[in-house]
Design a protein around this ligand. Structure first.
Ligand code: GLU
Length: 495
């Protein structure tokens, strides 16, 4: 089979260490899009071999995050597949077996150097201006030498024997990449206590899961010259599916100050986006722009459109700048595209979370929300912003309060005169719809009192919504209804 006719199999393989980094989310997205574009398989695997750092909670968090994003996987946890298990913690015997086979065939060897010995030699190499990687001292120990070290009670690590030649490969994003042998020394694949390292588990899993393309962050570029010869050894030994994957390294995502965006930066971890109410489709659309473009000046597209158009060859190798404002603007676009009914449904959890709706909202509340949603859809960039805007509608009359600052500024003596006349005008209305409300208030306040609209409506807005900034006033009053509106105006007058 040629590379191009082989069915595409890609993977996303994070470690379960808490809040997923947005850079990782972008990696997941590009793998997913590549798989979908080629009608291939998207494998989800969890690299949970670091018992000290990994937790069950983070593992569940990862599954939950991927589900929330809508990046569905074809093989992996909970979905299954023929080449599982898909958690490294359940594959430990495989790594031991492979390490032993690699040693037996001479691709790897036991090295007995103590950390102190290694450090001494490294220092010396540095002092002489030589490369400070492993010097290969234990590459070819005789059986007697090994036995002597064993007799001393030393426990060996397993090192992979790097070929003494340059490693050249064609990166799917950056073209030909060459690593000279002095920059890639024999590396440890298994600790002295038998614990396999990422350097082993990751390529072994890629090989045994038949991964054809490895798309991952640029921070892992230096692992690739180590992994390619290991893959070749596995193919030689008949371990795995006989594929040496192609590699593509996605550009760094830069945060504020032109530093690599870290999980700890505001905006670095996925949880913030969920909490603030980014839509998964909005966030993913923005992340797609970090290194890729769908063509022309087009910036807004769906996940499906991305999958159809995705071309790894068009990923730009230069670092991508993360722009939070742009991310919000893209999200706002998707919010507007949702349509009222869907947007209302997505707002529910945020209103429930803020205590404005009960866990099982009533029909009346849902109807009110559906009616109010058009008032906020153009004004929010993230869903959580709707909470403050709509609070005045969902809060009970007992709990309703006016923002003290806004009240002090607008509900002055003059302001209260306006409120009084608004109350009288609205009390006289028979039909309480937006047009009648607007006509009545204009007649009473603008024409009747000779006020500029801002001075006329400001105090009314604060009295009924509690704040100087609210959704459009007349629509808001209609939704609030006559009784509640008059009650709030009255309350402002008697406060
Ligand atoms: N578990 C590794 C990480 O999260 C995956 C590395 C890879 O894609 O090869 O960085």
């Amino acid at each position: 089979m040629t590379e191009s006719s082989r069915a595409v199999r890609v993977r996303f393989c994070p470690s379960p260490t808490g809040n997923l980094h947005v850079g990782n989310v972008r990696t997941a997205l590009f793998n997913w899009a590549f798989a979908r574009h080629h009608g291939g398989t998207f494998v989800f695997r969890v690299e949970d071999t670091d018992a000290a750092r990994d937790s069950e909670e983070s593992y569940q968090g990862l599954l939950d995050a991927l589900r929330w994003l809508g990046l569905d996987w074809d093989e992996g946890p909970e979905v299954g597949g023929d080449l599982g298990p898909y958690r490294q913690s359940e594959r430990m015997p495989l790594y031991t077996e492979v390490a032993e086979k690699l040693v037996a065939a001479g691709y790897a060897y036991y090295a007995y150097d103590t950390p102190e010995e290694l450090e001494q030699r490294r220092e010396a190499a540095r002092a002489e201006g030589r490369s400070s990687g492993y010097d290969g001292l234990h590459r070819d120990l005789t059986d007697e030498q090994r036995a002597a070290y064993e007799a001393e009670g030393r426990k060996p690590v397993v090192r992979f024997r790097m070929p003494d030649e340059a490693i050249v490969f064609t990166d799917l994003v950056r073209g030909e990449v060459t690593f000279e042998p002095e920059h890639v020394s024999d590396y440890v694949i298994m600790r002295a206590n038998g614990q396999p390292l990422y350097t082993l588990t990751n390529p072994v899993d890629d090989a045994t899961m038949g991964i054809t393309h490895v798309l991952r962050g640029e921070d892992l570029l230096s692992s690739t010259p180590r992994q390619i010869p290991l893959h070749r050894a596995l193919v030689e030994l008949g371990i795995g599916e006989g594929v040496v994957p192609e590699y593509g390294h996605l550009p760094f995502v830069m945060g504020p100050g032109n530093r690599k965006l870290s999980k700890r930066d505001p905006g670095g971890g996925l949880a913030d986006y969920r909490d603030r109410g980014f839509l998964p489709e909005g966030l993913l659309n923005y992340l797609a722009l970090l290194g890729w473009s769908i063509g022309g000046d087009r910036e807004i597209f769906s996940l499906q459109e991305m999958a159809e158009a995705f071309d790894i060859g068009r990923v730009n190798p230069n670092p991508a700048q993360f722009d939070p404002k742009k991310c919000e603007a893209v999200n706002a676009h998707h919010i507007r595209d949702l349509g009222v009914e869907e947007l209302a449904a997505r707002l529910v959890p945020y209103l429930v979370g803020a205590g404005l709706l009960g866990a099982e909202p009533s029909e009346d509340d849902l109807a009110l929300l559906a009616a109010a949603t058009p008032l906020v859809s153009e004004r929010i960039t993230v869903l959580s912003e709707a909470v403050d805007m709509l609070a005045f509608l969902f809060v009970s009359e007992d709990a309703f309060t006016v923002d003290p600052d806004d009240g002090a500024k607008t509900l002055t003596e003059d302001g209260l005169a306006v409120v009084r006349s608004a109350r009288d005008a609205l009390a006289a209305l028979d039909s309480f719809d937006t047009a009648s409300i607007e006509a009545a208030l204009r007649a009473a306040l603008v024409d009747g009192m000779g006020l500029k609209p801002r001075n006329a409506f400001g105090p009314v807005r604060v009295a009924v919504s509690g704040r100087r900034i609210s959704p459009p006033l007349f629509e808001s009053i209609e939704l609030l209804g006559k009784d509640r509106t008059l009650g709030r105006l009255e309350r402002a007058l008697t406060a």
